[in-house]
Structure formats: structure tokens, C-alpha cells
Design a protein. Structure first.
Length: 155
């Protein structure tokens, strides 16, 4: 982690009594602009889930998130912005995404149709950059989370 990321994490640990490193440090999306757009939704507690291709996890890659895992979320410049905690993780084909998941993910108009269009585009871009062809029968990791730092403001 960078010095600013380490300091942010330490502030969280000092305030909460947490005593281990984050399970993940990441920014949403595939560009600084998208990272900032999605982060803004997390910071207003509209975005409480995310989806990623299952092939990004496994031996030599990122470990699958699991309930209770804490992650430091970065903005589009790599600066720390919040900490989320995984609450549920499901794996299934992209084509089986539900209206309810699209709503909880909080992007666009929150509809399944919008979600499918945006995520097929995203997964297709990622697949092309990694040298494979994406299709909706492939598995994705559907990761639900709660923002735990900074604490949501009541009222």
C-alpha cells in the first residue's frame, strides 16, 4: 500500500480496534473516471454490490472475497476513500443476474436491462484486453458489501 493508503487503514484500525491488513485494496471499474463514478455511489450508500468475472480469482490471482472480508476502496487517483465489508458472495453465470441484484448494485437506472448492457460491455472490454471472448454463460462473482468506514451519517 502507498503511504496514504497505509495511514487511512491505520486510522480505521485505531478507531475500530481492527488489527489485520485489508483482504483487498482496489478501485472499481477500468478507468479513473469509472472508479470515481462508482465510488460516489458507494459513498452515498446507493451501491452495495459489485460483480467481477470469476476468472480473475484463483491460484496466482486474487482470492475470492468472503463474508467478513474488509477492502480498502480507492478513488480514480489511487487515494483511499472508504472501507467496505463483504456481506455475501455468490457465483453464477452472468445471464442469471437478477433484478434485485441490479438494484442493489445501484448503477444507472438500477434496472436489470441497464445492468446487463453495462456489464456485458465491461466484461467484453476486459476479455478483449486479456485475450479471451466473453459470453453471458460464463460465471461472475456477485459480491455484496456494506460501507463500514467512514461510518454512514445518520439521518
Amino acid at each position: 500500500m502507498t503511504p496514504s493508503q497505509t495511514a487511512y487503514w491505520q486510522d480505521f484500525c485505531d478507531a475500530t480496534g481492527h488489527d489485520r491488513a485489508p483482504e483487498d485494496v482496489f478501485a472499481f471499474g477500468d478507468s479513473p473516471e469509472l472508479a470515481d463514478e462508482l465510488l460516489a455511489l458507494v459513498l452515498i450508500d446507493r451501491k452495495k454490490a459489485t460483480a467481477s468475472h470469476s476468472r480473475w480469482y484463483g491460484p496466482g490471482k486474487d482470492p475470492l472475497p468472503k463474508p467478513g472480508d474488509l477492502a480498502l476502496v480507492l478513488d480514480g487517483r489511487g487515494e483511499p476513500a472508504c472501507i467496505i465489508q463483504a456481506s455475501r458472495v455468490d457465483i453464477h453465470p452472468v445471464r442469471d443476474t437478477t433484478e434485485e441484484f441490479a438494484w442493489v448494485e445501484g448503477e444507472g437506472d438500477r434496472s436489470l436491462a441497464w445492468w446487463m448492457d453495462a456489464h456485458i460491455d465491461y466484461f467484453t472490454r476486459e476479455a478483449a484486453s486479456e485475450g479471451y471472448v466473453f459470453d453471458v454463460s460464463q460465471d461472475a462473482v456477485f459480491h455484496r458489501f456494506d460501507r463500514v468506514w467512514p461510518l454512514p451519517v445518520a439521518g
